[in-house]
Design a protein around this ligand. Structure first.
Ligand SMILES: Cc1cc2nc3c(=O)[nH]c(=O)nc-3n(C[C@H](O)[C@H](O)[C@H](O)COP(=O)(O)OP(=O)(O)OC[C@H]3O[C@@H](n4cnc5c(N)ncnc54)[C@H](O)[C@@H]3O)c2cc1C
Length: 291
């Protein structure tokens, strides 16, 4: 009979990042609690059996969403609802807001956080292709100081990141050109589920309607989100007509996940279709923004 209650642990509620790092370094078998949306299940099923749970929900600075030095800085405990409804994120990076709006259901969006999502690194999580496409930076802090890690290096494989056991994710930083058109596509079997595949695309155009810059990320296809630089480079200088053939001939260069949600081949098939749709929509939105 499986257990549905966590093992006994000590609960800590630090009010600063420094205190959190001190607890992570000094306490036996610690684990960070953000919104608890994934952690509570892992605790209840006793997949994790920590001796100390460190709740970072009472650290005000971790909830901040600000724009500084031309980039968006989103605190680790900003919830999906905050990200979906923030006027600042909406105006500077609609792609991120758009991806936050379709995370699970309203209860999960109310509690779940961006820091928890990137730390967990579920390959089907909504933010991952967005962060890959936009070359986001994950800022982490630990006893050895602060590290700024590109999303390319942060995500290693499914549920595996560059984060060390004694480090905490502090914020996610995104540089964004608001004149870009964007599109986020999430393919689900049922409403409110994790994605089978999800795609993020952004496009900016020159005065002649040719693609000046394209950024593309795909999640759910392999253990970590992929940025498709080859496609981004191919599309520069082209119009929307080039999208169809560029994506058709694309080699994703990954070993796709095969699981209960979909086979690897079907994932590749879906990724191709939704990549075309996302790029065409992003192109149309960029064109609309020029008028
Ligand atoms: C029913 C359900 C459906 C879901 N569907 C989707 C979906 O469609 N799309 C999607 O993207 N996500 C989905 N999620 C995931 C959800 O949105 C949360 O992002 C995710 O569960 C993390 O939750 P949390 O922020 O509460 O973190 P927690 O559950 O508290 O923590 C998750 C893990 O991250 C670690 N952690 C948390 N914060 C930090 C930090 N700042 N630094 C270091 N480590 C940290 C914890 O120790 C733990 O290991 C779903 C979750 C549920 C329960």
């Amino acid at each position: 009979m499986p257990s549905y209650t966590p093992v006994d642990f000590d609960y800590h509620s630090p009010t600063s990042i420094e205190e959190t790092i001190e607890l992570l370094s000094s306490k036996e078998e610690p684990v960070i609690l953000a919104g608890g949306q994934s952690l509570m299940t892992l605790l209840k099923l006793r997949i994790l059996r920590p001796k100390n749970v460190i709740d970072i929900g009472k650290i005000p600075s971790l909830r901040n969403v600000v724009e500084e030095e031309g980039e968006l800085r989103i605190g680790a405990t900003a919830t999906h609802v905050t990200i979906a409804s923030s006027p600042l994120i909406g105006s500077k990076c609609g792609l991120l807001s758009s991806s936050a709006k379709t995370v699970a259901d309203v209860q999960v969006r109310n509690r779940g956080t961006i820091g928890g999502s990137v730390s967990l690194a579920d390959p089907s999580a909504n933010y991952l292709p967005v962060l890959a496409a936009l070359d986001a930076t994950i800022v982490v802090q630990g006893p050895r100081g602060t590290r700024k890690i590109s999303s390319k290096d942060f995500f290693i494989d499914a549920y595996t990141t560059e984060l060390a056991k004694d480090e905490v994710v502090k914020e996610v930083r995104i540089k964004y050109n608001k004149n870009m058109g964007y599109s986020f596509k999430k393919v689900v079997r049922r409403e409110q589920e994790y994605a089978v595949v999800n795609v993020a695309a952004v496009v900016s155009l020159d005065e002649d309607g040719r693609i000046r810059e394209a950024k593309v990320g795909v999640g759910g296809l392999s253990g970590k989100p992929i940025k498709i630089r080859e496609l981004e480079e191919t599309l520069v200088g082209k119009t929307a007509e080039a999208i169809e053939s560029a994506v058709s001939s694309l080699d994703f260069k990954v070993r796709p996940i095969s699981d209960v949600r979909a086979t690897g081949d079907f994932r590749v098939y879906l990724a191709r279709i939704y990549l075309k749709r996302a790029l065409k929509e992003a192109y149309a939105n960029a064109r609309g923004a020029m008028v």
